[in-house]
Each structure stands twice: as C-alpha cells, then as structure tokens.
Design a protein around this ligand. Structure first.
Ligand SMILES: CC(=O)N[C@H](C=O)[C@@H](O)[C@H](O)[C@H](O)COP(=O)(O)O
Length: 227
C-alpha cells in the first residue's frame, strides 16, 4: 500500500518515538522534550509524537522528521485532543499530523469524531485516529481518518489491557482496512515486540514509555530487586 500523503509515506516501516512527560514530572519542559526528541532521531526514529502546544513547537524547531501532535486535557473520558479547538491549535503549533481520541464517547464541544475530522480536513490537517476498539477503528475509517492506531486499547474499558501491544486488535485492523495505514501504539516495551508488530502489518509503530519515560523504566528494574 502507498499513501498519497507524503508525511505518512515518510514514516512507513519505521519507529516513531513518543516524547511525553506527565504533569508535575521532573522532565516536563518543552526544551527537555525537544532534547529527548533529538536524541531519539539520532537513534533512528523516523517520527516523533508529543503532547502540548509548547512541546510541539519546541520539537518542530529542532527535528526534521514528521511530528504527531496531541493536546491532552484532563485524564478522564475524552482527553487526547478532545475538541476541534484543541486539534486546530496542535496544527497551528506545527504538528504535521494531529492525533485525536476517536472513540464514540461524548466530546466536550458536542461535535462527533466525524464532524471534527471533516472540519480538520477542510483546513488541510492530516488526522490520526487514536482507537480503543475495533468499533472505534471502523468509525474512524468511515470518517476518513488518514491514519488509524491502537493507542487507546486497554484504556477505554472495551479491550483488555494486555501486557504488551494489543496484537489482536492490530491484526484485525490491518486485515479489515487494507487501504488505511494502521499504526501500533501502546505498551511496545521491547525491540522484539516492535519487530513483531511490524511483521503483522503495522505501517509504523509508536514507542513511548520504554524509550522516554525513565521513571517507569527505573520502576521496571527496581521491581526486580530482591528485598
Ligand atoms: C493512553 C494514553 O493516554 N496514551 C498516551 C498517548 O499519547 C501516552 O501516554 C502513551 O505514552 C503513548 O500512547 C505511547 O504508549 P507507550 O508509552 O505505552 O509506549
């Protein structure tokens, strides 16, 4: 499959690194995230996913690879780029692709996911659908999303939170929607898992925590101490 969108074509077959720090965390600073993004690109990342308008702008100022921008607002319900306003701001901050919650849950601005995508497409914005289930993926494809992704699997109550990536959902999406690039995102923690998701037909994969969240990585090691 080819994508007619050059930005999506650029990340084909590659590793996208998510550079995010959560509210109150020591690394939560746009310059720090830009440094993290530069380090990831040096290691072979073909794209960066990042959160927040300041981070998007700082990262776009430092790397040449495509940037997927999100704006997380809140932590319950629809919080990943929840409204058209949030999405427009991500695009204005420089995101090459804007990712948004593609679930059917009510959105704060009362628009449906499809209405939001329509408005963004009218403005020339490339849209990535963060899905939590197969129904979300179908709705996202029907809405004309440029990319669909497993991002929200395990976080919306519809799919079990698997230890690793949701391979079942990935395979279902890849086989059902051959004309839409499918990204695998969420709980890819090892190079072997990355290899596995790519061999199952992912267009590209997004890895966050295992590369850019040292507090989690430290906890994984510390949990194996005998005391
Ligand atoms: C559910 C949710 O809010 N996911 C977020 C989406 O941007 C991030 O917190 C994740 O780190 C990202 O999806 C990458 O996944 P992982 O960190 O597991 O490699």
């Amino acid at each position: 499959m080819m994508s007619r969108n050059p930005v999506i074509e650029r990340v084909k077959g590659g590793l996208i690194v998510s550079c995010q720090a959560y509210p109150g965390e020591p690394l939560r600073h746009p310059e720090t995230m830009a440094q993290m993004a530069m380090a990831a690109v040096e290691g072979g990342a073909v794209g960066i996913r990042c959160q927040g308008l300041a981070d998007i702008a700082a990262i776009k100022g430092q790397v040449d690879v495509p940037v997927i921008g999100i704006w997380k607002d809140g932590s319950q319900g629809v919080y990943i780029t929840p409204t058209l306003r949030h999405a427009r701001c991500c695009a204005a901050a420089g995101a090459d692709i804007v990712a948004l919650d593609a679930t059917g849950r009510p959105r704060p601005d009362g628009r449906t996911y499809a209405q939001t995508v329509q408005a963004l497409h009218d403005e020339g914005v490339t849209v990535m659908a963060d899905c939590g289930s197969f129904d979300d993926a179908r709705r996202a494809v029907d809405a004309g999303s440029d990319i669909i992704s497993t991002t929200l699997s395990g976080y919306t109550g519809e799919r079990e939170k698997t230890d690793g990536p949701d391979l079942e959902l990935l395979e279902y999406m890849v086989s059902s929607f051959p004309d839409t690039p499918v990204l695998c995102e969420g709980r890819i923690h090892t190079p072997e898992q990355l290899h596995d998701v790519m061999s199952r037909g992912a267009w590209a994969a997004v890895v966050g925590t295992a590369i850019t969240h040292p507090t989690s990585i430290t906890r994984w090691f510390a949990a194996r101490l005998d005391h």
